[in-house]
Design a protein. Structure first.
Ligand code: FES
Length: 102
């Protein structure tokens, strides 16, 4: 179990190990774009991880390739649909304004 804090609202809640950030956000009724329904194909679920990066699954090739196509990515960028909570660290993410994906 990890605590997920979502900025800029500061809302936080517990997330079970193995849950993607996208599923956690949608489960908490936090709006986040997910045009391809979590298949690493659209990039609309791009978020920044501010704290606890080691508490998330590693970036796989498919996610990395999609991130490469997004304007404004940085070292903290992840796709919420691909990043799974490992349950080892608390995590803080920042949501982007809608429409930042491809
Ligand atoms: S929902 Fe499309 S890449 Fe995450």
């Amino acid at each position: 179990m990890s605590t997920l804090t979502v900025m800029p609202s500061g809302q936080s809640f517990d997330v079970a190990e193995g849950t993607t950030l996208l599923a956690a956000l949608l489960g908490a009724e936090i709006a986040i774009p997910h045009k391809c329904e979590g298949n690493a194909k659209c990039g609309s679920c791009h978020i920044y991880v501010q704290e606890g990066r080691k508490g998330l699954s590693k970036i796989a090739r498919e996610e990395n390739e999609r991130l490469d196509t997004i304007v404004g990515i940085g070292s903290k960028s992840r796709l919420a649909c691909q990043a799974k909570v490992l349950g080892t660290e608390n995590i803080k993410i920042e949501l982007l304004s809608f429409g930042s994906g491809v």
